[in-house]
Design a protein around this ligand. Sequence first.
Ligand code: F6R
Length: 613
Amino acid sequence: MCGIIGYIGTKKASPILIAGLLRLEYRGYDSAGISTVEKNGLSVMKDKGRVKNLYNLDGIDNLEGTIGIAHTRWATHGKPSKENSHPHLDNSNSFAVVHNGIIENYNDLKNFLLDNGYTFRSQTDTEVIPNLIHYYYTKDEIDDNYRVLRAVQKACKDFKGSFAIQVISKFMPNNMIVVRKDSPLVIGKGDKENYISSDIPAILSFTKDFYLLNDYEFALLSKDTIEFFDINLNKLDKKVTSIDWNTTAADKSGYDDYMLKEIYEQPTAIRETIGSHLPENEPCHFENLNLDKKFLSNINKMYIVACGTAMHAGLTGKLAIEHICNIPVTVDIASEFRYRNPIIDKNTLCIFISQSGETADTIAALKLSKSKGATTLAISNVIGSSITREADYTIYTHAGPEIAVASTKAYTSQVILLNILALYFAEILGSVSQEEISKMKKEILALPNKIEKALNTSTEIKKFAKKIYQEKDIFFLGRGVDYNTALEGSLKLKEISYIHSEAYAAGELKHGPIALIENGITVISVITDEKLVEKTLSNIQEVISRGAKTLVITNQTLPSNNIDEVIMVPNTNVLLSPIISIIPLQLLSYYISKEKGLDVDKPRNLAKSVTVE
Ligand code: F6R
């Protein structure tokens, strides 16, 4: 999705802006551009295509400005083209703007501006922003230091939709203005310089001190100062948040791709996420989470709401919470949940999972639940992200920055956190024996080493990837927790290898999907629940007898039979097994994508952070 970078300081802005955009490339984009404040006015350099093309644009080396804004665009309104790329100028070239999000009422605003003599050069919704700012600027009769800010504020009051906006103007050559609503934006504070970005990792090498803007908060920046304002331009006092991610966490550290690095970071990510939640001989503990027995006993139902991989983590969380706490849990896709009428009251706990904490549908689902009186709990990987500021409670995965579009370490960290959360609830409720809880805690603490062992399957997996990378369709099967792992394995494969793939609950096969099984097709199954081994094996025999090639990921000793490949992974409590059995499937998607020569980290059409609907 679109990315924003900004710089205001004493150095030449353009190289810093381009370097920042390169760090945001992973979010997905189709064009890029920068604008700087020069002695003779505003410069704009932009084009469709890769960020590195900006280095070749005529005159880019001559830019001297020390204030600038930059953008990678992911087309929503208007095709990828130079005209539609950001930054956009108003008709008088006095204001340059970059924007993430969607101005939903841009047609009305455009008609209003057309009636007032403005013209448009692009098909974007964004171009109304600089022109509306210009409109309000010219109508303001007070010519003080805040005149541009007032114009931006008035324009923002007219916008419907979502936005993170950066504005520079020839009328305020020493300042920059930023504002956001439902779209991410952070301000990095440096020494005599400040940075803007849509996410923290992109500017982590410059600063670890960040200001996090809430909806409709404005910042007026100079190189030395940052003033904050609310929607009515009352001054706000905001605190700096220090982020403890290190910079190597945000680079490839010798790996070919971020995805491979992140797959191998999982033992560390899990260790960090377990953190201090499982103190020895004491109940599970979450800082800032104090749900008491009365509240938990009155809960009639829980929802877990998320998108994509995070939703798959939610499916594993449901099994853990239902099994250990005896509370019914419904898992919902955020984009569906937000448009139906979920049955929610004050006795409902709604849990929202989002690696980025910025997924538009998940945030909207959270707001809906709050408005219906639910207690809300966010699980995120990004400190201070939007979801964490909306929810009543937040607990964090500590996976470190996840850069590859396909989620790996964030997924396993979410699964472990949900299991610890289930134990936390169970201890308060007394819903399972202390013995079972202690066993589970031991298993959790043993997971990082077991993941390391599962990573050792990579040589076998790589060989298997070479055999099947040209397939057109691949099926995944599983029962119980293994069905959830099959869903996640199948999603990983689609995303980065572009192979059509479906995951089925193995028992459903006979109810339709088996019609798709034909000679030579590959079927991958996961078996980690000892109670269901025989059932799943029967389903595997059904596909073998119809000519399928089979791979099984398992921690069980299977009777010798005619399965083509069996990959063994370490055993653990069945509720935790998805954390281990997903590892070979992540590696499989990775190696298939590499065999096909694809861009593993930046798969086509996908964005890391889906900040628009
Ligand atoms: C898949 C993937 C996506 C995300 C989904 C939610 O590998 O990464 O399916 O899981 O877009 O993103 P977050 O967790 O940031 O809300």
